[in-house]
Design a protein around this ligand. Structure first.
Ligand code: ADP
Ligand code: MG
Length: 310
């Protein structure tokens, strides 16, 4: 912005200084927002106060208000990014108060919302997902209804079934989990989306160090857990019984909701969990984990085109 002092200096050097000052004063005072302000506060203001406040009012006019001069928050033109001025009367003076602009308020809300969702090995972009994106799609009505019921009725410690979303690669299962996490964050419910294959790989690497137990404890206890892409991991009896089985058992007993996404339906997952990498066939152990999954979540099939190839 061009500071009023510059404008004044220019004016002082001119012969018709007085006339120009008057012109600037008039232009400031004829600004519609300034006019409204002066009108609203006419009983508190006198002419001297208005004259003393010209610089403040000039600054007020110059700054963007309600984002009217800014294409985006990043390219905010104001002196303090994300803050816009308001005129007010302070004692015997007109003053400016800077408050968060609408875009900054929106951005802060988005950040707060994001702080309720932890993504582990899942790209943060998933947090762009919203339920309204999903609503327009055919064949998702049942799942959407279940999610809506879930979000509405969620209370800590209440026994609630979550969803087991299954369907082929690219139909939007992970995206759906992101949208659920966002809907929950609006209610200030914390959730964690965890990409299972990578989590298990990491765990293997940290076996025997302190972080191993911390990771497991965290995943066991998070208010809402979303296990993304279960069934894409390679099966060992350790991961199935000691990791997955333990986590699910704990969450079942503590009534902690757990969502799943998988390319496999229940039957296929059971088969997947039965055969370990070493070639062992352990039907009973697989069945035990399956029982826990079934008790935590209702299966919902997702159909549709592969969105990755669009
Ligand atoms: P899946 O987990 O079933 O393999 P994703 O959730 O990763 O599929 O979705 C595949 C791609 O399609 C991703 O890039 C995702 O962002 C996008 N996508 C999925 N569902 C939607 C949707 N409802 N609206 C817009 N983009 C979507
Ligand atoms: Mg996925």
């Amino acid at each position: 912005m061009k500071p009023i002092n510059d404008s004044l200096n220019q004016l002082v050097n001119k012969k018709d200084f007085k006339a120009r000052l008057e012109a600037l004063r008039n232009s400031i005072l004829s600004n519609p927002e300034v006019k409204t302000f002066l009108q609203e506060h006419r009983h508190e203001l006198d002419e001297q106060m208005v004259d003393r406040g010209l610089m403040k009012m000039h600054e007020f006019i110059d700054q963007s208000k309600c984002c009217d001069k800014c294409p985006s928050l990043q390219s905010c033109v104001n002196m303090v990014k994300g803050y816009h001025p308001q005129l007010f009367v302070k004692g015997r003076n007109i003053d400016l108060q800077y408050e968060r602009c609408p875009r900054k308020v929106q951005e802060d809300e988005r950040k707060e919302q994001e702080s309720f969702i932890q993504c582990m090995y899942v790209p943060k972009e998933i947090l762009q997902a919203t339920m309204s994106d999903i609503e327009i799609e055919q064949g998702r009505f049942e799942a959407i209804k279940l999610v809506r019921d879930f979000v509405r009725e969620y209370e800590p410690n209440k026994k609630m079934k979550a969803l087991y979303l299954h369907g082929s690669f690219g139909v939007g299962k992970t995206y759906f989990l992101g949208a659920i996490a966002n809907a929950l964050a609006e209610k200030k419910v914390k959730s964690t989306i965890l990409y299972v294959p990578e989590f298990l790989r990491e765990l293997k690497g940290s076996f025997q160090d302190q972080s191993f137990n911390e990771k497991i404890e965290y995943v066991k206890k998070v208010p809402v857990l979303m296990l993304d892409d279960l069934g894409a991991e390679s099966v060992t009896s350790w991961m199935r019984d000691d990791v997955l089985g333990t986590i699910l058992q704990f969450r079942m007993l503590e009534n902690l909701p757990t969502f799943f996404s998988s390319n496999l339906n229940f039957k296929e997952l059971q088969h997947h969990l039965t055969y370990t990498q070493r070639g062992e066939q352990e039907e009973l152990k697989a069945a035990r984990v399956m029982e826990r999954i079934k008790s935590l979540a209702v299966p919902v099939e997702m159909n549709g085109e592969n969105k990755r190839n669009r």
